[in-house]
Write a protein that binds this ligand. Structure first.
Ligand SMILES: Nc1ncnc2c1ncn2[C@@H]1O[C@H](COP(=O)(O)OP(=O)(O)OP(=O)(O)O)[C@@H](O)[C@H]1O
Ligand SMILES: [Mg+2]
Length: 377
């Protein structure tokens, strides 16, 4: 799977399991991987969200260092030989790694709010696969390229996974970082492998997350991969029955202009911050099956969280839940998440989306790349 946050959680869970089994070498490996992914998430975030990721990553690095000591004391075999997804040096990208072997359980209905985004994705991404006959009748070409863009933490990656859940098509999901290689020519080769793999299927979706890292404007290597992408995308989109390229970025102004033109990633869908209704939905999702006291008013919390991203709201709920958990471990009897837990959490978690940030997206939308980039840098 290419979703960095999910992959990080997976490594954290594996580390916990390994720790329970006293397999310190494996626990060390997975903790170090989680830290590495945490830093990658930090790199792609801004402000407080980035800081949280960095703090978390440093904590994991410390834990990893302790685990490493324990592992060598126990003289265990290195983790590399025991884990399923292997250490970094053997993690060669392959097309099999990129194809989702199972459809995710997630559906578009699980995405709170964002009705216009969901409707557009249903029409542009899902319908061509579900009703190819309609497209054939009106001589419309199914497939093509769709770019989702918008501020960090508002569900672009989450939605892509829901799209994969909806579709009965081969789904390839990569994070640009997995394709990028420091050696000259290797990035292009990886792209070729990815497109070759998609080509073997009649119906395929190719999702490239954080695409600005791969198809950006500057740097020699990026230019090479842009040229390669354009050639591959032009060939496939024109000749293939139903191939769709879906991409996501929170820095659309970093993308090479040729990449976002019609015929390539030509359809642009803005995934903006959640409105009050969506915020309430996201809060409810994060509190599903959690004991919540009658004094918690989610409509009110939603009203108080203007400017919070989906990820901020998840963090807010996490803090409130932890406070209740800590209360229970002290009191020894069943506790619930209370209104006061949210009041305290609201003091700690501040909104990560700024008005300036939103202006950058509007400027990019209006074709003013320069102004957009200026806001960013
Ligand atoms: N509309 C939403 N409905 C439900 N959950 C949401 C929604 N928006 C965000 N979330 C939650 O926030 C988390 C972060 O969202 P996600 O990683 O998809 O953001 P993103 O837009 O891809 O951010 P980035 O630009 O940093 O990659 C998700 O895992 C999910 O838990
Ligand atoms: Mg994302």
């Amino acid at each position: 799977m290419s979703f960095v946050a999910d992959k990080k959680r997976e490594h954290e869970a594996n580390a916990e399991t390994a720790l329970k089994e006293k397999n310190y070498a494996n626990a060390w490996f997975h903790t170090a991987k989680a830290a590495e992914l945490g830093l990658r998430l930090a790199e792609d975030s801004e402000g407080r969200v980035a800081k949280r990721y960095v703090d978390d990553a440093f904590e994991l690095i410390e834990i990893a260092a302790q685990l490493k000591q324990k592992a060598s004391a126990a003289q265990k075999k290195p983790a590399a030989t025991q884990v399923t997804d292997g250490p970094p040096q053997t993690e060669k990208p392959t097309a099999e790694n990129w194809q989702l072997s199972e459809r995710p359980a997630q559906r578009l209905a699980d995405v709170a709010g964002l009705d216009a985004v969901k409707a557009e994705l249903a029409e542009k991404v899902i319908e061509p696969f579900q009703h190819p006959e309609l497209f054939a009748r009106f001589k419309l070409k199914p497939g093509g390229g769709v770019l989702m863009y918008g501020p960090p933490g508002n569900g672009k990656t989450f939605i892509a996974r829901a799209v994969a859940g909806e579709l009965d098509a081969a789904f390839f999901a990569v994070n640009a970082a997995q394709i990028k290689d420091k050696y000259v020519g290797e990035t292009e080769k990886n792209l070729q492998k990815l497109f070759d793999a998609a080509r073997t299927h009649d119906r395929a979706v190719l999702f490239i997350d954080e695409v600005d890292q791969l198809l950006g404007k500057r740097g020699n290597q990026k230019i090479g991969s842009v040229a390669q992408f354009l050639t591959l995308a032009d060939g496939l989109i024109q000749n293939k029955n139903c191939l769709l390229i879906l991409a996501a970025t929170n820095k659309p102004w970093m993308l090479d202009e040729a990449v976002v033109r019609p015929g390539r990633l030509g359809t642009h869908i803005y995934v903006g911050p959640p409105d009050a209704g969506a915020r309430e939905g996201i809060l409810a999702l994060n509190l599903k099956d959690v004991p919540v006291g009658p004094d918690v008013n989610l409509t009110q919390v939603a009203d108080q969280t203007e400017g919070y991203s989906g990820a901020d709201l998840a963090e807010l709920c996490d803090r409130a839940k932890r406070a209740a958990k800590n209360r229970q471990s002290t009191s020894g009897h069943d506790e619930m998440v209370l209104g006061a837990d949210f009041t305290a959490a609201l003091q700690m978690v501040r909104p990560s989306i700024t008005a300036d940030q939103l202006k950058s997206y509007a400027a990019w939308r209006q074709g003013d790349d320069h102004a957009a980039a200026g806001e960013e840098e």
